[in-house]
Write a protein that binds this ligand. Sequence first.
Ligand SMILES: Nc1ncnc2c1ncn2[C@@H]1O[C@H](COP(=O)(O)OP(=O)(O)OP(=O)(O)O)[C@@H](O)[C@H]1O
Ligand SMILES: [Mg+2]
Length: 250
Amino acid sequence: MIEIKNISKTFNRGSADEIVALKNLSLKINEGDFITVVGFNGSGKSTLLNLISGSLIADSGEIIFNGSNVTKLPDYKRSKYISRIFQNPLAGTASELSILENFRLASLRTRSKSLSIGNTKSFRKNVCDKLKTLNMGLENKPEALMGSLSGGQRQALTLLMSVMDESKILLLDEPTAALDPKSAAIVMELAEKIIREGNLTAIMVTHRMKDASNYGNRLIMMREGSIEKDYSESEKKTIIADDLVRWFNI
Ligand SMILES: Nc1ncnc2c1ncn2[C@@H]1O[C@H](COP(=O)(O)OP(=O)(O)OP(=O)(O)O)[C@@H](O)[C@H]1O
Ligand SMILES: [Mg+2]
């Protein structure tokens, strides 16, 4: 579904702070894969997601989506295929607007078929039905300002909103890093449910080794701009969080 061939990315080329973020990286992602990615700070994980989403363009190499070459395609032209979740819960939602208004914005952006935007009453009901699935009691206060919610609640809402469109690829960059353990677990369960039910292809960067080993069907370990290990589904089943922690110490 996504084929990454020999991509490289260098920042500040030619200057004293030149940084080679990715070196000749290749990766084949199959439809329905849920790949967890671990690696040292600065090993190029976010850069890899940025190249897939198109928010950065590779210096060399190719990125192919379902047979078409998107290497030079800017992010707004890829956004119909791709949804993104970032580390910061504030990044995905507008604080000064209510939950309902945030959903309205998301439905306009994605032209969601699952939410009718014409009729205020049916829109409200649709949103409340979605909120109910979170079991966070938010269906009782759809007028609450997004800024008044916890990071975990906001991240859960960002996930719900991100998959209202037809996009089939979900990129998650440390989605639970800013959350307490309980909220992190709720958000991870929700992410997994959304990925499974939507039959999405997902790539999740995480520094939580338990999540990296428990979720997904493939696991990638990155070091210095390269993929050092790429574990298949059967290999991944044998890997536990402690194995991953050990890898960081070699
Ligand atoms: N826009 C940028 N300009 C300059 N250098 C950058 C830029 N983005 C990333 N880098 C550098 O590229 C390297 C890879 O960064 P990247 O953000 O991909 O790492 P990461 O694996 O996501 O790290 P972390 O675990 O800390 O999030 C780092 O050395 C980083 O400083
Ligand atoms: Mg990063």
